[in-house]
Design a binder for this molecule. Structure first.
Ligand code: ATP
Length: 269
């Protein structure tokens, strides 16, 4: 597939800043920079040379088919996976040598695919687990109340075991737990997975609220239509390569994107 802003693949047209590439030294970004990132699991190449960036305050979506390497990219940023080559920088600091908890302390939090809650612990205990590190411990109580203000359903269920919650409520707990670390950049891996449409709408609405309140978002989503409708910019990953990048709205209306990811029933104008 070939779409506007193609970058990353050998022989591609290269990257313009607006399409997600890097500018010259005078316009060095201070958000997240990923350059030529390669990750392999044994003999399997999951990321073949990915270059992208997320600027402070942006809402960026990362979409692509199953197995494209989206989760691997997030795990590389958080230090859970060690790249074979390439660079991950956040606010001009190389994250490559940092452990996962140091990455959290730098202000990056991830909501993992499948939520990964402790089902036998209460909602509040799960949230408190998010408040580790100096950033969060300082004002844990105030932070909790802040989360209950954003997610009122969790306030009502604070004493309930997380395992008894609905999928959407569990997604709220996972998101709130990540927010307890006071992140500047929140990354979410497939938050809509397994949710009913109504709950999906609610979760995406809450993400919009979190973004408007000042948190930078990087969203990995299998629901390409919803992700492109919400984000300001997006990248399309295919077999470990970035095959498309640009303003989300332009991608949403790009015929090749619609053919490949949205299908004939997308119902777009
Ligand atoms: P999905 O939406 O299905 O989660 P994805 O785009 O997030 O897909 P990844 O989970 O990053 O893709 O997987 C990229 C490739 O790496 C796939 O071929 C996958 O099978 C492989 N892979 C992922 N994790 C591992 C692992 N721990 N060990 C071996 N191979 C892995």
């Amino acid at each position: 597939m070939h779409v506007t802003g193609l970058e990353g693949r050998p022989g591609s047209a290269g990257a313009s800043p607006s399409a997600g590439g890097f500018g010259g030294p005078s316009e060095a970004p201070h958000g997240l920079e990923i350059r030529d990132l390669e990750v392999a699991y044994g003999g399997l190449t999951a990321l073949a040379g990915v270059t992208l960036r997320v600027e402070p305050g942006e809402f960026v979506a990362l979409v692509g088919a199953n197995g494209a390497g989206k989760s691997t990219l997030l795990r590389s940023i958080t230090g859970l996976v060690r790249p074979r080559a390439g660079l991950v920088r956040w606010r001009d600091e190389d994250l490559g040598a940092l452990s996962a908890d140091r990455v959290v302390e730098r202000g990056i939090a991830m909501v993992p695919e499948g939520r990964k809650l402790f089902p036998q612990m209460t909602v509040e205990e799960n949230l408190e687990l998010g408040a580790y590190g100096d950033r969060a411990r300082v004002d844990r109580r105030a932070r909790l109340e802040g989360m209950y203000a954003i997610f009122p359903r969790l306030a009502e269920r604070r004493g309930q075991l997380a395992g008894w919650l609905s999928g959407g409520e569990q997604q709220m707990v996972a998101s709130a737990r990540a927010m307890m670390t006071r992140p500047s950049l929140l990354m979410l891996d497939e938050p809509s997975l397994g949710l009913a449409p109504q709950m999906m709408t609610l979760i995406f609405g809450l993400l919009g609220q979190i973004h408007r309140a000042g948190t930078t978002l990087l969203l990995v989503e299998q629901n390409v239509h919803a992700a492109l409708a919400m984000a300001s910019r997006a990248y399309i990953l295919e077999s470990g390569w970035v095959v498309g990048a640009g303003p989300a709205e332009a991608l949403l209306h790009d015929p090749s994107v619609r053919r490949a990811y949205l299908g004939p029933l997308a119902g777009l104008p």
